[in-house]
Design a protein around this ligand. Structure first.
Ligand SMILES: *[C@@H]1O[C@H](CO)[C@@H](O)[C@H](O)[C@H]1NC(C)=O
Ligand SMILES: *[C@@H]1O[C@H](CO)[C@@H](O)[C@H](O)[C@H]1NC(C)=O
Ligand SMILES: *[C@@H]1O[C@H](CO)[C@@H](O)[C@H](O)[C@H]1NC(C)=O
Length: 227
C-alpha cells in the first residue's frame, strides 16, 4: 500500500471513530417519565409557591436518557411543528408549573428545549412531545397518584415503607422498578418524585437504570417516607 493508501485508511478510521463517538453522545437509550409530588416540590423550592399545591403527582418532564454517560440536552430541532394551543387545557391539569402557576408555558418550553428536542425520532416535534405526555399520563394510565391509590396508598402525609411504594408502582408498570427521589426537610423525609422508565421506542417499561446511590441527598430510606 502506498502513502496515499495509508493516508486514506487513516482518514477513514479516524472519521469512523468520530462518527461513533458523536452518535453515542447525542443519542439516548431510554426515557425517564418523571412526576413530582406538588407539596414536596414546593417545599424543596427556595422560595415558597404562590399558589397552594394540590396533593397530586403531576408531570415534571419526559427525558431522553442514557444508561451510561450523560443525558442529552438542548438538541437541534429537526421538525418545527409547534405545540398546538388546543393541548393547553389538558397540559394545565397534568403538567402545571407548580412553582409559578402564572407561567405554565415557560415551564413547558424549558422542558421541550432542554429535553424534548433530544427524543427524536421517537418524539417527532414539539407538538408530538406534548401529545405523547398526555397520552402517557391519561390514556396509558401512567398517573402515579392513581397507581398509588390503586394500592390504597393515599397522600395522607403518613410514613411509608419504601417497598410498599415500589410494589405499588411495579403493579402498575408490568413489574418494573421505578426511580424514587426523596428529600429530608426538618428531620422528615418526603417523597418528591417518581420516575417511570421505558425503552427508547416507548414500547415497554424497563427497570430504571440509574437509582440514587447511598450518599446521595435524594436517596430514599427503607422506612419512614412521608407521602
Ligand atoms: C415565563 O418563563 C419563561 C422561561 O423561564 C421566561 O423566559 C418568561 O420571562 C416567563 N414569563 C413571565 C411572564 O414570567
Ligand atoms: C390522577 O390520579 C388522581 C388520583 O386518583 C386523580 O385525582 C386525578 O384526577 C388523576 N388525574 C387525571 C388527569 O386523570
Ligand atoms: C394492581 O393493579 C390493578 C390494576 O390496575 C389494580 O386493580 C389493583 O388494585 C392493584 N393492586 C395493588 C396491590 O396495587
Amino acid at each position: 500500500m502506498g502513502i496515499t493508501g495509508m493516508v486514506y485508511m487513516v482518514t477513514m478510521v479516524f472519521s469512523l471513530i468520530v462518527l461513533i463517538l458523536s452518535s453515542s453522545t447525542v443519542g439516548f437509550d431510554y426515557f425517564q417519565f418523571t412526576q413530582q409530588y406538588q407539596p414536596a416540590a414546593c417545599n424543596s423550592n427556595p422560595t415558597p409557591c404562590n399558589d397552594p399545591p394540590d396533593k397530586l403527582f403531576t408531570v415534571h418532564g419526559l427525558w431522553p436518557s442514557n444508561k451510561v454517560g450523560g443525558d442529552p440536552e438542548y438538541c437541534k430541532t429537526r421538525n418545527h411543528r409547534k405545540r398546538a394551543k388546543k393541548l393547553e387545557p389538558q397540559l394545565e391539569i397534568i403538567w402545571p408549573n407548580v412553582l409559578d402557576r402564572t407561567n405554565h408555558t415557560g415551564f413547558w418550553s424549558r422542558q421541550w428545549t432542554k429535553h424534548g428536542t433530544c427524543g427524536y425520532p421517537t418524539i417527532q416535534n414539539e407538538n408530538d412531545y406534548f401529545e405523547t405526555v398526555i397520552k402517557m399520563y391519561i390514556t396509558e394510565k401512567q398517573n402515579v397518584s392513581r397507581i398509588l391509590s390503586n394500592a390504597k396508598i393515599e397522600p395522607d402525609g403518613i410514613s411509608r415503607a419504601l417497598v410498599d411504594i415500589q410494589n405499588a408502582i411495579r403493579n402498575g408498570t408490568n413489574d418494573k422498578i421505578p426511580k424514587l427521589k426523596c428529600q429530608k426537610k426538618n428531620r422528615v423525609t418526603e417523597l418528591v418524585e417518581i420516575t417511570l422508565c421505558s425503552d427508547k421506542n416507548r414500547a415497554h417499561f424497563i427497570d430504571c437504570p440509574n437509582p440514587f446511590l447511598p450518599g446521595s441527598p435524594y436517596l430514599c430510606p427503607t422506612n419512614n417516607i412521608q407521602y
